[in-house]
Design a protein around this ligand. Structure first.
Ligand SMILES: CC(C)(COP(=O)(O)OP(=O)(O)OC[C@H]1O[C@@H](n2cnc3c(N)ncnc32)[C@H](O)[C@@H]1OP(=O)(O)O)[C@@H](O)C(=O)NCCC(=O)NCCS
Length: 145
């Protein structure tokens, strides 16, 4: 059974391990979240995870600024991808957070994430040029709740 809930402090390392197990080209490319950066983000962000028997399978971190939730980081473990998990997790997070608007940036080459956001009714509303370490542009997506 999948349980969607907040991630406890003692479970944050499971998110680190989940990210470290993603393919290295993902981690060095459009998804740069080394352990220290991810753990720092946990300090300031809200978190929600998908757990199976207390094992973290997917997570999302967002910052809540004046009723606008900015998604900072999300990932599904490599063995759990493409089973609808992130779509369910994100919908759960959106329903518990009670924010008026959700916003995020995604690398222009991250087509899987863009397809996910479009499926969940996010709209692409802008572009930030040269936003990422590799010089890639960021697409800005938004969704009203
Ligand atoms: C992007 C990511 C979070 C998707 O998680 P997921 O749990 O596999 O996504 P879901 O199974 O819920 O997919 C929901 C929808 O997203 C889209 N999608 C997900 N993975 C996709 C892929 N590899 N290719 C194309 N579309 C994809 C599809 O529209 C899918 O619906 P469908 O299966 O009915 O076609 C996952 O690939 C991941 O962790 N990637 C590495 C980290 C990352 O890129 N994070 C986002 C940074 S902005």
């Amino acid at each position: 059974m999948i349980v969607f809930r907040k991630i406890d402090k003692k479970e944050e390392n499971q998110a680190v391990q989940l990210v470290l197990a993603l393919p290295s080209e993902v981690q060095l490319g459009y998804f740069y979240w080394p352990p220290d950066k991810l753990l720092s983000e946990f300090e300031v962000a809200e978190s929600y995870g998908a757990f199976v028997a207390d094992e973290l399978k997917a997570f999302v971190l967002w910052r809540n600024n004046a009723d606008v939730a900015e998604i900072m980081c999300l990932a599904t473990g490599k063995d759990s991808q493409r089973s609808g998990l992130m779509a369910q997790l994100l919908n759960s997070a959106i329903s518990v957070a009670h924010c008026m608007e959700w916003v995020l940036e995604v690398h222009e080459s991250n087509l899987a994430a863009q397809a996910l956001y479009r499926k969940l009714n996010f709209e692409c509303v802008g572009l930030r040029k040269d936003y990422y370490r590799d010089g890639g542009n960021a697409l800005i997506f938004k969704r009203k709740t």
